[in-house]
Ligand binder design. Structure first.
Ligand code: PEP
Length: 263
């Protein structure tokens, strides 16, 4: 279903009316985690002012350490919905448990599947049946073939509104959190008609790498990027070192506007 063999035209997925696909490079930005109403609104206003058309933000945030901030849950979803009301930006947010899909889908415009859940097949089937577009991260130790098979699980339930997101893979390199696999973009686009975007924030894990990795993403033909921003990264409860501040985000958006979409 997601293969290009029977569907040679590349697809465009619309999220609350915003296109992600071959004719544009979509900027998705927002906080890694929803922390407070004010922090989320400030991050969303930064994102919108820079030209982002979709707002990201995690409400369910199970982390490597069970002692780290775990997200606000439904309260976080309510904050996101309120910020959407104020800014007009449709929301992309992660769902981590099949039992929460209905709840998250009742607030979100796009459901995100995180790297640790790329092969959680029950969750994939549940989001496939939820009637909302899905952003499917690549498993950090998953092959492109496995990633596309995960997309197939979603598509099988009748949902072809899927965007693939390369977010770095595990390699021997420790200088970055994960290694951004830029070749995954053209490879996945050749095999599948689905749009492919890049997450330079979670792959590098470092603010100074977000702009160069975004340039790389655009150069290889990514259909969009998803970027962490925070009004006060030094106070962030989650992934502050990779969050862009206002000026960085404006510069990134300026660089993105210089590149015409690669067709
Ligand atoms: C995220 O985007 O909030 C996130 C946790 O990303 P990943 O699943 O790629 O680590």
């Amino acid at each position: 279903l997601v293969s290009r063999e029977n569907h040679p035209e590349r697809s465009t997925v619309r999220v609350g009316g915003v296109p992600i696909g071959p004719d544009t490079v979509t900027l998705i930005a927002g906080p890694c985690a929803v922390e407070t109403p004010q922090q989320t609104l400030e991050a969303a206003e930064m994102a919108k002012a820079a030209g982002a058309t979709l707002l990201r933000g995690g409400a369910f945030k199970p982390r490597t350490s069970p002692y780290a901030f775990q997200g606000l849950g439904e309260e976080g979803l309510r904050i996101l919905a309120d910020v959407r009301e104020k800014t007009g930006l449709p929301i992309v947010t992660e769902v981590v448990d099949a039992h929460d899909v209905e709840l998250v889908a009742s607030y979100a415009d796009m459901l995100q599947i995180g790297t640790r859940n790329t092969q959680n097949f029950a969750l994939l089937q549940a989001v496939g049946a939820a009637g909302k577009p899905v952003m499917l991260k690549r498993g950090m130790s998953g092959t492109i073939e496995e990633w596309l098979m995960s997309a197939e699980y979603i598509a099988q339930r009748g949902n072809l509104d899927i965007v693939l997101c390369e977010r770095g893979i595990r390699t021997f390199e420790t200088a970055t959190r994960n290694t951004l696999d830029v070749s995954a973009v053209p490879v996945a686009q050749r095999l599948s008609h689905l749009p492919v975007i890049i997450d330079p924030s979670h792959s590098g894990g470092r603010r100074d790498l977000v702009l160069p990795l975004t340039r790389a993403a655009i150069a290889v033909g990514a259909d969009g990027v998803i970027i962490d921003v925070h009004p006060h990264p030094e106070q962030a409860l989650c992934d502050g070192p990779q969050a862009l501040v206002n000026g960085d985000l404006r510069e990134l958006a300026r660089v993105m506007r210089q590149f015409p979409p690669l067709l």
